[in-house]
Write a protein of this length. Structure first.
Length: 392
């Protein structure tokens, strides 16, 4: 990846360097001697030769020499600074871009471009206070505000200054029209978490409300609302919040299920729990709601009914956790071991059919049959048998 990033900037330099060579030749007849033009042209072509021969360090030195010989090569110097930063030579990039900012012969657009580059150097070096000053000045002057605002959002996230992150994300949306609601909702949830930890329930509720306002389908806001209500002992309100989360995005069901089941139990609302779990079983393919409903069936109808229910469910959704629960119920019931073994054999066969026997060690693609070329990443010879797979 580092190699690709580095050469991205080299190829960016190619047209800039070509334009530089053309300008040098054009100005040669106006104010340079023949020897000066010849020297610059020779240097320029030597730099291109180093690029073509994959000698990046020598190419950098050559283009630096061009920049020294002709101070008007602004774009080349900015690009070199970017390249230094990507190579980890941040101090060198800072010095180069600082020198550009201090030049008096730059137009407004060039000055802003140099300031943006300098701010990015500061961010890369961890000098966030300096970067914040640069980008805030650019926003205040309304110069390249979208780029500067994006950088400021990144800085305030790193500093965990959520109020300023929200302020700048909102400003970015106003200027660009790009929706930022999902991001703002996450920032508001960070504030809600902070207020909840400090015991400030009112402010936590207010932050959750703002998160919903920014993103009406924010799952994190729903989970936080449920936990805040849980802290306050409002089981019915917590149930509503957690159920809303699960219905909006069933993938988060395991995250909220233990707390939700505790709320149902304290509320003595077994019918509500059974109804909700039955609904989730229809929409969530995991085994979590099945195991939860099995527990309720065991408590209300006995072990045999729970074992029969679980065995039936596992035929459609085989699971190792489900197998372990079925074994526990069988041992508790003292049921016929042969019948249970038949059930377990069927579940295990289903698991084996669904699991891949081969995996690409480059991209992780799973396959039931072997391929010499990975269908996903197209790498040759990267798909190998898994350690738990054997051909008899």
């Amino acid at each position: 990846m580092a190699f690709i990033n580095e050469w991205f900037w080299f190829f960016l330099l190619l047209p800039i360097a070509a334009a530089t060579g053309w300008l040098i030749g054009r100005r040669g007849g106006e104010r340079h001697s023949d020897s000066q033009v010849s020297r610059l042209s020779t240097t320029y072509f030597r730099g291109l030769n180093y690029l073509l021969n994959e000698q990046p360090d020598k190419a950098i030195e050559v283009f630096l020499r061009i920049a020294e010989l002709d101070r008007d090569t602004f774009e080349t110097q900015v690009a070199l600074g970017h390249l230094f930063r990507r190579r980890g030579e941040v101090d060198r990039a800072i010095r180069l871009h600082q020198a550009l900012v201090q030049r008096n012969d730059l137009n407004d657009q060039q000055k802003v471009q140099a300031l943006l580059a300098l701010g990015e150097d500061y961010m890369r070096s961890g000098l966030l206070d300096r970067a914040e000053t640069v980008f805030s000045d650019l926003v205040r002057l309304d110069m390249r505000a979208p780029q500067a605002l994006k950088h400021l959002i990144g800085i305030y996230q790193a500093e965990r200054d959520w109020d300023k992150a929200i302020e700048n994300a909102t400003r970015f949306e106003e200027i660009t029209g790009e929706p930022m609601g999902k991001l703002v909702a996450q920032f508001e949830c960070e504030l809600a978490d902070r207020h909840r930890a400090a015991g400030d329930v009112e402010e936590a509720h207010a932050a959750v409300a703002r998160a919903y306002q920014a993103d009406a389908n924010c799952v994190r806001a729903g989970i936080l609302e449920g936990r805040i209500e849980l802290d306050a002992g409002n089981d019915s309100a917590a149930i509503r919040a957690f159920e809303r989360v699960a219905r909006h995005d069933p993938d988060y069901l395991p995250e909220i299920l233990p707390a939700l089941l505790s709320c149902y139990e304290r509320s003595s609302d077994s019918p509500g729990a059974r109804s909700f779990l039955a609904e989730m079983i229809e929409h969530y393919r995991g085994v979590a709601p099945v195991l939860a409903l099995t527990k309720i069936v065991e408590g209300e109808e006995g072990v045999p009914a729970a074992r029969a229910y679980l065995a039936q469910q596992l035929k459609d959704r085989p699971s190792v956790r489900g197998e372990a629960a079925l074994i526990d119920l069988t041992l508790a019931e003292g049921a016929d071991a042969v019948a249970t073994l038949h059930d377990l054999k069927h579940i295990t066969d289903q698991l084996l059919v669904r699991n891949p026997s081969y995996r690409c060690n480059r991209c992780g693609f799973g396959a039931r049959a072997h391929h010499w070329q990975c269908p996903s990443c197209k790498e040759w010879g990267s798909i190998k048998p898994l350690l738990n797979y054997a051909v008899v």
